[in-house]
Design a protein around this ligand. Structure first.
Ligand SMILES: [Zn+2]
Length: 111
């Protein structure tokens, strides 16, 4: 997949994992898109948190978690390796089909 831009969201506070409510390692905005039932392309961004506890068993998250253990901080501009791990993880965490109806409902409420 090409053209997917992943934004790392950084703030004064570490991100909080929405699953276990503990401190997450990384908050990223991941683009998603699909064609809805009416044939209209839907595009947007979803925020995902990388969590050392919840994502430890996820095949593509584990190398990224290890990267954080080794490097401690995010300097993505400096690290091709990090960007590759991030892209692989983002592919895995893309909004699953079952959530699409919910996303569409939310988008409709915004417009
Ligand atoms: Zn968690």
């Amino acid at each position: 997949m090409t053209g997917r831009r992943i934004e790392i969201v950084s703030g004064p506070e570490p991100p909080r994992c929405p699953r276990c409510r503990r401190e997450g390692l990384l908050l990223a905005r991941v683009p998603y898109g699909w064609t809805n039932a009416g044939g209209v392309a839907v595009r947007g961004r979803g925020e995902v948190v990388l969590c050392a506890a919840c994502d430890a068993d996820a095949a593509r998250a584990a190398p990224l978690i290890t990267w954080f253990h080794v490097h401690a901080t995010v300097e993505p501009a400096d690290s091709e390796e990090f960007l590759q791990l991030l892209a692989a993880w983002a592919d895995e965490v893309s909004v699953p089909p079952l959530d699409r109806k919910r996303w569409e409902d939310e988008i409709e409420q915004l417009t």
